[in-house]
Ligand binder design. Sequence first.
Ligand SMILES: Cc1cc2nc3c(=O)[nH]c(=O)nc-3n(C[C@H](O)[C@H](O)[C@H](O)COP(=O)(O)OP(=O)(O)OC[C@H]3O[C@@H](n4cnc5c(N)ncnc54)[C@H](O)[C@@H]3O)c2cc1C
Length: 147
Amino acid sequence: MQVSAMSEQECGELLQRVFIGRLGCSLDNQPYVVPVGFAYEPGYVYVFSTLGKKIEWMRENPKVCLQADEIGTSSNWVSVIVTGTYLELREPQYTIERQHARKLLAKHNNWWINAVTERREETNDIAIKGLFFRIDIETISGLRATG
Ligand SMILES: Cc1cc2nc3c(=O)[nH]c(=O)nc-3n(C[C@H](O)[C@H](O)[C@H](O)COP(=O)(O)OP(=O)(O)OC[C@H]3O[C@@H](n4cnc5c(N)ncnc54)[C@H](O)[C@@H]3O)c2cc1C
């Protein structure tokens, strides 16, 4: 098996192909990782989320990362990691950016369903409010393994 570095363009292509990634954040030296759906464009990652621990933590410490991959077999895979800064797209300051995020996420079927359904398991409040956030990408790296 060979493992080689991917170019930035190849990393971007993977991030455009896949929808599920693992978001990493941390607070007080404690890491926290959750799966999320995301949309990518050069420089940015967009996520739709409900309010909870990850949002509370990222508000406190906006330094975050996101990992995504395509795993064929144990010797054929690609994996990309971005690091960056959390930015909550609040109304009314970021109305245009929210609309843009929604448009990009909507390229994926049922882009909102995991966030909202997970929350409905825990609450009777049917009117669960979602929020959009963006990761302003600072670094991007990728590895490709070929058997
Ligand atoms: C394939 C997939 C896609 C998803 N897409 C999205 C998305 O786009 N947006 C979104 O907001 N959420 C998404 N979720 C749900 C997400 O992973 C979190 O469960 C959810 O967002 C709640 O996170 P929180 O930090 O607000 O949790 P809280 O409810 O505040 O967390 C409380 C505690 O619950 C536990 N917990 C929370 N989530 C998980 C989990 N996933 N696995 C195990 N334990 C957990 C942790 O111990 C945590 O400390 C997705 C989940 C899956 C599996």
